[in-house]
Design a protein around this ligand. Structure first.
Ligand SMILES: [Zn+2]
Length: 337
């Protein structure tokens, strides 16, 4: 009988492990310690045992009964806890929890808007390497090794012929090398210069580059495209101005300004009392650049422009320090939701 009792307890321990609800629990309770359960049956057999065995087995049965009762109580508590937890999860009346929604970074917003505007005007996106050959970054753009224009773009060189691109303009050369005219491309991305960090400079920044080459492209096409872009980014009420400017890979070259949005061109602290804000460099592609990629410079003309995405974002959103873009302060970024 001793063995039978031990076996009974083992079976109970197994069964209780797989009990998942109060109905199952109740069934086990009846099976083992109910009035007609195993323990009761065994107790009923006590009178059949010898005088010596009777107290020993009786004691054993009582101990097992108590331990089973204890386990059943604990299991009941555990099931109750699980039940309340499940009810909590499925309580549809509880207000929903707020998800932390991310936002586009302001630079990303400017790049996206810019891309959309130019795609709408028939331009196509191209992408290029950030680790660039000196040839594409400078020489193919009419800036040979000894050219003073290199002084303006202090570069991170990996070897004498390889550097981190200082501008997105290499994409002009790369595109024209790979396809015949007509060309209408926009290229955006990261650029690098060895600038000390201050409120308007960071060693990494983003540029937006554009190029159009075809027969009969004139300065008025450039003016039309750039003016349309400025109106879409800053608003139709803003005036656009072209001033002569020098860049080695365009001739003639121009600096483009938009009228200050704070003072409407009257002059204020923000625009240095000039009424204008400089936003980009542009010009007609230098014939030498066209010749170097094998285009017929007699037949084809084109325009190109380049601007800093940070500069555009600062002017559009009224941000006074470029460092804010890279500090990842969530209070700053949340404003662009
Ligand atoms: Zn102003």
């Amino acid at each position: 009988m001793e063995k039978e009792i031990i076996h009974l307890k083992e079976r109970f321990d197994q069964q209780i492990l797989f009990t998942r609800n109060s109905m199952e629990l109740e069934k086990i309770r009846n099976e083992y310690i109910g009035r007609k359960g195993y323990i009761s049956k065994l107790l009923g057999q006590l009178p059949l045992l010898s005088q010596e065995e009777r107290p020993k087995i009786g004691k054993m049965l009582n101990q097992i009964k108590q331990s089973i009762q204890k386990v059943l109580e604990e299991k009941e508590k555990e099931l109750q806890k699980q039940k309340t937890f499940k009810e909590e999860i499925f309580d549809y009346t509880v207000p929903g929890k707020d998800f932390l929604m991310g936002t586009f970074h302001p630079i990303e917003l400017i790049l996206k808007q810019t891309e959309e505007i130019f795609l709408g005007m028939g331009f196509k996106m191209v992408d290029g390497p950030e680790i660039e050959l000196d040839y594409y970054n400078f020489e193919g753009l009419n800036i040979p090794k000894d050219h003073p224009a290199r002084d303006d773009q202090d570069s991170f060189y990996i070897s004498p012929e390889i550097l981190l691109r200082t501008q997105t303009s290499p994409m002009q050369v790369r595109t024209m090398e790979n396809q015949p005219s007509p060309v209408r491309i926009i290229s955006t991305g990261k650029c690098y210069r060895r600038d000390s960090i201050d409120s308007t400079h960071t060693p990494m920044f983003h540029q937006i580059e554009g190029l159009a080459v075809d027969k009969d492209i004139s300065l008025s096409d450039l003016k039309g495209v750039i003016t349309e872009f400025c109106h879409q980014i800053f608003g139709k009420e803003r005036k656009v101005r072209f001033r002569p400017g020098y860049f080695p890979f365009v001739e003639p070259g121009a600096e483009v300004d938009v009228s200050c949005g704070l003072c409407n061109g009257k002059g204020c602290q923000s625009c240095g009392y000039t009424g204008w804000l400089e936003i980009m460099g542009a010009g007609m592609v230098h014939p030498h650049v066209l010749e170097m990629v094998g285009y017929n410079a007699e037949e084809l003309t084109g325009f190109a422009f380049g601007m800093g995405a940070e500069r555009i974002a600062m002017l559009k959103y009224g941000i006074h320090d470029i460092r804010l873009f890279f500090e990842n302060d969530i209070r700053f970024l949340n404003q662009f939701k």
